[in-house]
Design a protein around this ligand. Sequence first.
Ligand code: T46
Length: 145
Amino acid sequence: MAGITNANLNSIDKVELINIPKISDPEGRGNLSVVENNTLPFEVRRVYYLYDVPSDASRGGHAHIALEQCLVAVSGSFDVVLHDGKNKKIIHLNKPNKGLVIPSGIWRELENFSSGSVCLALVSAVYDESDYIRNFESFKLFKGG
Ligand code: T46
C-alpha cells in the first residue's frame, strides 16, 4: 500500500498545502474547483465528509499507518492540528480551493469547526480500522520515540 514503508519516518515537513484549480465563471456564476487524477500525489479510492460538527467538538485524534489523505474545507473553516511524534503544526483551512495533503504516519486532530463547515476528505484506500493508530503513546512508539 502506498506510504506504508515511510509511515514511521514521515515528518510534518511532508504535509503539503496544495492549490486545487479554481475556475471562476466569467458571467459571475461563481467558482468551480476540480480534483483530477494528477491533482493529488495518490489515487483517490474513497471520499467521505464531516459536517454538522459542533464548534466545541474535535474529530480525528489518530494517525494512519498507510492511508494518505487530502482534506478540503469545502465550506466554512476548521483547524488541523498535526503531530509527527516530535513536532506539532496547526493549519487553518478555510478555502475550497486549498487541499491539505497528509501523508501516512502523521497524527491529526480537527477542531474549531465554524458553523456550517464541511470537511471533504479524498483518501487513498477503502476504510480499514486496522490502519488506525488511535493511542498517542502507541503513535510515539511507532515513530521510534
Ligand atoms: C481522519 C479524520 C479527519 C466508516 O465506517 N467508514 C469511513 O470511511 C470512515 C472515515 C469512518 N467510518 C466509521 C468508523 C467510526 O465508527 O465512522 C465512525 C467515525 O469514524 P472516526 O471516529 O474515525 O471519525 P473521525 O472524524 O474521528 O476521523 C475521520 C477519519 O476516520 C480519519 O481517517 O483522518 O476523519
